[in-house]
Write a protein that binds this ligand. Structure first.
Ligand code: ADP
Length: 331
């Protein structure tokens, strides 16, 4: 409950903050207000806090404003897709897995957080699209033809502009993508930049993903690039859902037969040695590259490639469902 002095300050608050006010107290020039921010996401919370602080700073007798927030954040899971290095097919996998998850009945959105080489707009055929903003200045995701709303760093840059995001600017642009108006989207697949540097770690700490999917080629597993990516997620306290082996084996474009120039089962064995689940393999298949270049992802079709993506998506969905159970049981 507000004290007498606090009550006199209430009219200074903007409507939005008054509607969510739990208590407001004033003592020795310090105003302390508690807001119920249930259902608001990070950006909405930040805006509310700034608006309340600005309003109270101008009120009589107030030298300092402290804001405390209570209530549950909107439930939306994030799955981060990472890799130890570039070129292993992380973007291809992210796009196709997002489509496969949507086809599995989970309302899924896709965020291209790859600040070095955002390629989702091409893969998903939304190049040149510009996101609109809502009246609350949130970005509106772009609906792709494949049933997956999406936002990419590329959608924020003008065409042909070299993207050289740095530090805080990159972080803020990314927050805008993740905190966009995703509507009823339940799951966001976030395509992280390749590598294991500070940028990636900061992103993980900001987004708090439910889990991480690591993409690796058979060779990288031998080189332990994947192990480095895993240690990044460990540092960020993000559980690893499992490892996907991409470009595993070779699908002959003529007869469709899959051969295994690097030997079979290596990735699965490496995943087991690292104590992680193996989520499945996607063969090296020229049709996958052609589809990515053409903006017609194969997960949206019904060929063998779509089945490979669907199988991985089912394992991710199962992981998420099992993970959700304990909190549902408590509710
Ligand atoms: P990353 O995001 O890890 O840098 P990309 O998804 O951009 O990697 O893939 C790198 C290149 O390899 C792209 O040209 C892509 O189309 C191609 N590619 C990815 N996965 C496969 C695959 N399984 N078979 C054939 N080409 C692939």
């Amino acid at each position: 409950m507000s004290d007498e002095q606090g009550k006199q300050l209430e009219p200074y608050l903007p409507d939005l903050a008054r509607a969510r006010l739990q208590s407001l107290r004033l003592a020795d020039g310090a105003a302390t207000l508690v807001l119920d921010v249930s259902g608001l996401d990070g950006l909405e919370r930040d805006r509310l806090e700034v608006a309340a602080k600005d309003a109270l700073r101008g009120a009589p007798g107030v030298k300092e404003v402290r804001v405390a927030m209570m209530g549950e954040k909107r439930a939306r899971n994030i799955i981060a897709v990472g890799s130890g290095k570039g070129g292993v097919g992380k973007s291809t996998l992210s796009a196709n897995l997002a489509i496969a998850l949507a086809r599995a009945g989970i309302r899924t959105g896709l965020v291209d957080a790859d600040i070095y080489g955002p390629s989702q707009a091409r893969i998903m055929a939304t190049e040149g699209a510009r996101p609109q903003a809502t009246s609350e200045k949130k970005l509106l995701p772009i609906m792709s033809e494949w049933g997956v709303p999406m936002l990419s760093m590329a959608h924020l840059a003008s065409p042909g502009q070299a993207i050289a995001w740095r530090g805080p600017m990159a972080g803020n642009a990314l927050s805008q993508l993740v905190d966009a108006d995703w509507g009823d989207v339940e799951l966001l697949v976030v395509d992280l930049p390749p590598g294991t540097g500070d940028v990636q770690l900061t992103m993980l700490q900001r987004f708090k993903p439910a889990g991480a999917v690591i993409v690796s080629t058979p060779q990288d597993l031998a080189l332990m690039d994947a192990a480095r990516a895993i240690s990044l997620f460990d540092q960020g306290k993000v559980p690893v859902v499992g490892i996907v082996e991409n470009m595993a084996g070779y699908t002959c474009p003529h007869c469709g037969e899959v051969s295994d120039p690097f030997g079979a089962g290596g990735a699965e064995k490496a995943a087991a040695e690292m104590g992680h689940a193996f989520l499945g393999r996607v063969p090296l298949d020229i049709a996958i590259r052609q589809a990515s270049d053409a903006g017609t992802p194969l997960a949206a079709g019904d060929g063998p490639q779509a089945e490979a993506f669907a199988a991985i998506a089912r394992r991710i969905a199962t992981w998420l469902a099992n993970r959700r159970q304990p909190s549902e049981a408590m509710a």
